[in-house]
Design a protein around this ligand. Sequence first.
Ligand SMILES: *Cc1c(COP(=O)(O)O)cnc(C)c1O
Length: 347
Amino acid sequence: MSAARLTIDLDAIASNWQRLSRLSRTETGATIKADAYGLGAARVARRLADAGVRTFFVALAEEGAAIRQAVGTGPRIFVFSGHMAGDAQPLRNLDLIPLINSAEQMARHAESLPAHPFGVQLDSGMNRLGMEAAEWAAVRQVGLGASPQLIMSHLACADEPQHLMNAEQLDKFQEMTRGLEAPRSLAATGGILLGPSYHFDLCRPGIGLYGGLPFDEAQPVVTLSLPVVQVRDVEPGEAVGYSCTWVASRPSRIATVAAGYADGLLRTLSGKATLWAGDTPCPVVGRVSMDLITVDVTDLPEEPEALDILSRHQTVDALADQGGTIGYEILTSLGARYRRRYIGAGA
Ligand SMILES: *Cc1c(COP(=O)(O)O)cnc(C)c1O
């Protein structure tokens, strides 16, 4: 068996949700867009529904199908991109709730699914999704008349608690929703950690569930172990890998492991990342290639059978740092070639 093994701990996801849930007095939902950040939306949604999640969030209506099938008819599924052209059928058939982002979407919704529930997304300063104040003021009467399920906005800088943008967006959101009856939501993972004034009626964490920052108390969720294909001796002065970027300065043992940038192990990890043989760190040498990575195992007492790249020694954020990115991108890049193994209740 040469494919690398990706282990996903469903109990750790449930436990992270419970911990985040305890940080607020309001309902805590779960954001499971992009296939639950690459970890498998159906498995993750089922485990979280068992743990008590009643409200899920996805990016696109198309993502709702697998999740509705996994969790059945009870839980609510909100769609961040709202009601786009062609969405009426999946929204209706799968009982998904679009978060309306513009007057145009509001009109489309009223026309094609007049009695179907919806929410409203407001722009409080991020300038990405949602209605701005003037647009909201224009459609507010009509929108509120139809009793939205949720009014939400998203924070641009919640992972930086000291950033002035947080309080500015909070003020703006409060101003735009003052006096409304509808339930409100502002906080994702970072917003939960900013404290109660950001919690409103519903929190919607994503990354913290999957073991990523800014939730620094998260339990790690993924382990990724890469099998060694071969080990060779390299003499001082010999180079390893594409473009000969690494040259041995001592007699070296080089292990070649079976995963590369096609599996989401970014080429920017070349010459920078660390893999682990149990408790011993081993440096990546030379370029990460499409299917293979070369690692200096000279200092190990024995030839390893596999080397870990994500483990209790190295979180997704630690690996992300080495590759110049964020934990979110490491997770959502995890490739399709891995042998995936789910552990925990419901696995
Ligand atoms: C992705 C996303 C979330 C979840 O954010 P995390 O930082 O992963 O907790 C919540 N709300 C919106 C609008 C999002 O796009």
